[in-house]
Design a binder for this molecule. Structure first.
Ligand SMILES: NC(=O)CC[C@H](N)C(=O)O
Length: 616
């Protein structure tokens, strides 16, 4: 009998393919012992050259780990990307730009060269990073390091410690950085307190992380500043975009050009052996191996990044995607009405005026290009339906740019008499917040969390607009019940004799899902809703309609029925109804035919919706 381990490893490969790929990278590259440990900071020579960890975190928070992904090492220059993000967050873009450029220098990380206006080229080289730490120091003074440590901890999703030995070692030998710092002081990029700023910088470089931490930090950048593991919004999407931009152009120093050409992901390396790479809206990658190449980048880490990008064609400029796929359904309400059952004259209006309500159901993360396509599609057709429903219940995200285009289109439509109804998003959802933020005056804009409620509201507008409500029956006689169509007056009178009048208050539950189905109801006045226990509405019924009628063929209730308003109805016990039908087989035939017609109409409605969605 093979052991469990054998069965598990020789099973159907329960591991996700990406886990297997990362493990194969680790297996292939761990034997590459080229490169050298960093030795200009003596303590770094104590690193274990065999250490090799890989971690990848997805923007929905899944963490892949292989090898020494939990081995701690000092973050070193990887910290620069996150401290730059913190500086943008803390003192604002203008202040940062006044002290630090964003141009690649094409030189090594410890280059002393400054720009023609005596500023560091960018925040990824030591000069720029020391200037960044100086900006935090200007605000916090001695508390600056704690703010840095706390922010990097938010990116990693846990509290981070410092390797005091590495901090002491770099403090003792960091004379080149001292020269850079005093040069910055000379040009007033740094203010007073140069030694304090240097100590902040040395301490931030000595913060201990793991490959897993780096992957979470990178994934936070990939996820518009939200840590996908903790859910914390660490920095704004605006700050993320600027941070990733500088990582793209300068994160790998004088290897940056080759890096973007070959790998195509914003990245940052460190002499401790770490590399982070972030693929926006997809993933964050963290690798650790302390053997460095001539550019002071981790040899094995580079290979992992290059292999991942090449194998899955992940270059960030290789953006596929057909904007037209953002529309999953585009239809009017002919045959696809809401779940509110309408009285015959109301339904006639909807059948006649179905083209007055258009529904477009959207899908996927929407952006500038996809919303532009939606607006062009709306513009390319003649002015059509006065009621336009845009449903977002399959849309997890929309960018501000997309929302801006949408808002402008809604305003234009409003000016031409079209009311736009947005459905499928709660008022608390980020998608609604992004859209609403772009709409100055919500003229001719309505919002419903559920598409069905939006369609019902639009139907009500049409019925009202074409005089339907003037004929709406407040009460209905038993003879008008759809289930009893074609029965003679004395036949319905006999059924009324067998029924009991009932009254219910608004909000009262009349029928309970799962209970025995031992009666059916004829609605005389008021409105009721048929709902699943989950709260999903299946139908809303008005006077002249029946509910609980499935008791004729089912033993237990399949849904709840709630009184939306005060309700008057007749309750007919199913046994009495069965006895009556047994005594009057002809009548029974009529009733069963009516029931079949009712069920057929519901089936047609359901099929139309399924057909519509499967057609896209
Ligand atoms: N590239 C690096 O990781 C350099 C960081 C190191 N603390 C230094 O300033 O030299």
């Amino acid at each position: 009998m093979r052991g469990n381990a054998d069965v598990r490893t020789t099973g159907y490969g329960t591991e996700p393919p990406l886990q297997r790929f990362l493990a194969s990278c680790h297996q292939e590259f761990k034997s590459d012992n080229s490169g050298e440990l960093a030795d200009y900071i003596p303590e770094l020579k104590r690193a274990n050259p065999a250490h090799f960890g890989i971690s990848l975190v997805t923007i929905d928070g899944h963490v892949y780990e292989v090898g020494d992904s939990a081995a701690p090492f000092t973050i070193q220059s990887v910290s620069k990307a996150f401290v730059f993000a913190l500086a943008l967050d803390l003192v604002g873009e203008a202040r940062v730009a006044s002290a630090i450029g964003v141009e690649p220098s094409g030189e090594a990380f410890n280059s002393i060269r400054l720009t023609n206006d005596n500023k560091p080229f960018n925040p990824m080289v030591n000069a720029g990073a020391i200037a960044c730490s100086g900006l935090i120091h200007e605000v916090d003074g001695r508390a600056a390091f704690e703010r840095i440590r706390d922010k990097l901890g938010q990116f990693a999703g846990r509290e981070l410690d410092v390797d005091d030995a590495v901090h002491a070692s770099e403090t003792a030998t960091g004379n080149r950085n001292r020269a850079i710092a005093w040069l910055l002081r000379n040009y007033l990029v740094l203010q007073d307190g140069v030694d304090a700023v240097l100590d902040i910088y040395f301490r931030q470089c000595a913060i201990l992380v793991t490959a897993r931490d780096l992957a979470v930090m990178a994934a936070t950048l990939a996820n518009r500043g939200v840590n996908p593991v903790t859910g914390v919004q660490v920095v704004t999407p605006h700050v993320v975009a600027r941070t990733l931009s500088v990582m793209t152009s300068s994160g790998m120093y004088d290897y940056a050009g080759e890096w973007i050409y070959r790998v195509g992901m914003p990245a940052k390396s460190g002499v401790g052996g770490g590399i982070v790479a972030a693929l926006p809206s997809q993933l964050g990658l963290g690798t650790f191996s302390p053997l460095l190449d001539g550019h002071f980048n981790s040899v094995r880490g580079l290979k992992v990044c290059e292999a991942l990008s090449a194998r899955f064609d992940l270059h960030m400029l290789n953006r596929s995607g057909d904007v037209r796929t953002c529309i999953i359904a585009d239809y009017d309400i002919f045959g696809i009405t809401s779940r509110r059952s309408r009285q015959p004259h109301e339904q006639q209006i909807l059948d006649d005026r179905h083209s007055d309500t258009r529904v477009i159901e959207l899908v996927g993360a929407l952006n500038f290009a996809s919303i532009d396509y939606v607006t062009r599609r709306l513009s390319s057709e003649p002015p059509g339906a006065p009621l336009l429903i845009l449903d977002f219940h399959r849309v997890p995200d929309i960018t501000a740019a997309g929302a801006q285009l949408l808002a402008e289109k809604i305003a234009t439509l409003g000016n031409s008499g079209v009311t736009t109804i947005i459905s499928g998003v709660e008022t608390t959802s980020p998608v609604w917040a992004t859209i609403r933020a772009q709409i100055e005056e919500p003229k001719r804009l309505r919002h419903f969390p559920l598409l069905d409620d939006a369609v019902e509201w639009a139907e009500d507008q049409l019925i009202y607009r074409y005089g339907g409500f003037t004929e709406t029956k407040e009460t209905a006689h038993l003879s008008e019940q759809a289930l009893l169509a074609d029965l003679a007056p004395e036949e319905t009178a006999a059924l009324a004799e067998l029924s009991t009048p009932r009254r219910y208050d608004a909000g009262q539950r009349i029928v309970v899902a799962g209970e025995p189905a031992n009666s059916l109801f004829f609605l005389q006045s008021g409105m009721v809703s048929v709902k699943l226990p989950s709260g999903v509405r299946l139908a809303s019924l008005g006077p002249g309609m029946e509910f609980g009628e499935m008791a004729i063929i089912e033993s237990h209730r399949s849904a709840d029925v709630w009184a939306d308003t005060p309700v008057k109805c007749l309750e007919l016990p199913i046994d009495s109804f069965a006895d009556y039908r047994q005594l009057h087989p002809q009548i029974s035939m009529k009733i069963m035919r009516n029931l079949s017609a009712l069920l057929a109409r519901r089936l047609i409605l359901a099929n139309a919706k399924v057909d519509l969605l499967s057609a896209y």
